[in-house]
Design a protein around this ligand. Structure first.
Ligand code: 2RA
Length: 335
């Protein structure tokens, strides 16, 4: 069986990646409808040798669509409901529905069963959250997580194509001794780190930090899990990195954790410090897995581990996860 698929926001960084991943995974696409806002509607893109004209996203754009992949942004609040009413299942990459108790928030390696209770919309979690959840889940199953302290090192492409352009341009400007004019980020990003992603909210945490806390609890079904986060933008093009310090309910050795993670779905362990092997964002881009290394016991507490986790946030953190959700929907007969 084939499925008619719409991509909303088809010209953006996530939309383009959704197209690539659909093709790579041989997703059973019937009709493919590419949609975007007025700014991009009418453009022509080539996909698998065929030309597609980008259509305008509006209430009428979803007739006959089985799966609507929303890449993110305001289109979700405006049009996701219209897509559901037209009979599509929406897989939404925006933050609009993630914490809605009536909407499943799904990472296929972690909580695939949650697709079973969808009512038309399934939310794709925040990129940094997905990456962390894939690494936490097998360890939580094995030893019970008591508390997580996470610090992120997030690539500029998390802010879209404009983030990439800003880093490139500023790098050249700094090297030439010219002034820089930050637009996408609050401060210069070239040769800098910015401990500020998205807007500031309660307790002076950013929205990105709250997403990592609240969404992880929902995905793991652990409403009270103690999690604290600091999210930082770094001058890296692609792939988010995260330092995780995890305290457990029972002792887990580094060797045990390595064994568990090596067998975990969607995880690749790269951890051979003698040979200087650990995950790095330069080498994880365009990959679908979550890479884990520097696995070691936290010697300052009895039952703790430190991990270094890296993954392509446009792939596993967005497009790949969304398409995996669509695959789970099909496998579990929920579409
Ligand atoms: C970022 N997490 O990296 C965001 C993207 N959704 O900015």
């Amino acid at each position: 069986k084939k499925y008619n698929v719409a991509i909303v926001g088809a010209t953006g960084a996530v939309g383009q990646e959704l197209l690539k991943v659909l093709a790579e995974r041989n997703f059973p696409v019937g009709e493919l409808r590419l949609l975007a806002s007025a700014r991009s509607a009418g453009k022509v893109v080539t996909y698998q040798g065929q030309e597609y004209t980008i259509g305008l996203t509006d209430e009428k754009a979803f007739a006959g669509i089985d799966i609507a992949l929303f890449a993110g942004g305001s289109a979700s609040t405006e049009f996701a409901q219209a897509a559901v009413e037209a009979g599509a299942v929406v897989i939404d990459n925006s933050s609009a529905f993630r914490m809605d108790p009536a909407v499943p928030l799904v990472v296929p390696e972690v909580n695939p069963e949650d697709v079973d209770w969808h009512k038309g919309i399934i939310a794709n979690p925040n990129c940094s959250t997905i990456i962390m959840a894939v690494a936490l889940k097998p360890l939580h199953d094995a030893a019970g997580i008591e508390r997580v302290v996470v610090s992120t090192y997030q690539a500029v492409s998390g802010a879209g194509k404009e983030g990439i352009t800003e880093l490139s341009e500023q790098t050249g400007q700094v090297l030439r001794g010219e002034p820089v004019d930050p637009k996408v980020f609050a401060h210069p990003i070239a040769f800098n780190l910015i401990p500020h992603i998205d807007v500031f909210q309660d307790g002076d945490y950013t929205k990105e930090e709250w997403k990592m806390i609240k969404e992880t609890r929902k995905i793991l079904h652990e409403a009270d899990m103690r999690i604290t986060a600091t999210t930082v933008r770094v001058p890296v093009y692609r792939s988010h990195s995260e330092s995780l310090n995890i305290e457990f309910k029972r002792k887990i050795t580094a060797a045990e954790a390595k064994e568990i993670l090596a067998k975990a779905p969607g995880v690749i362990v790269i951890d051979d410090v003698q040979n200087k092997q650990y995950p790095m964002p330069l080498y994880t881009s365009d990959k679908d897995e979550v890479f884990v290394g520097r696995i070691r016991e936290d010697l300052s507490i009895d039952q703790g581990l430190n991990l270094w986790v890296v993954a392509d946030q446009i792939r596993k953190g967005a497009a790949t996860n969304a398409i995996q959700i669509a695959e789970v929907l099909i496998q579990r007969n929920r579409i």
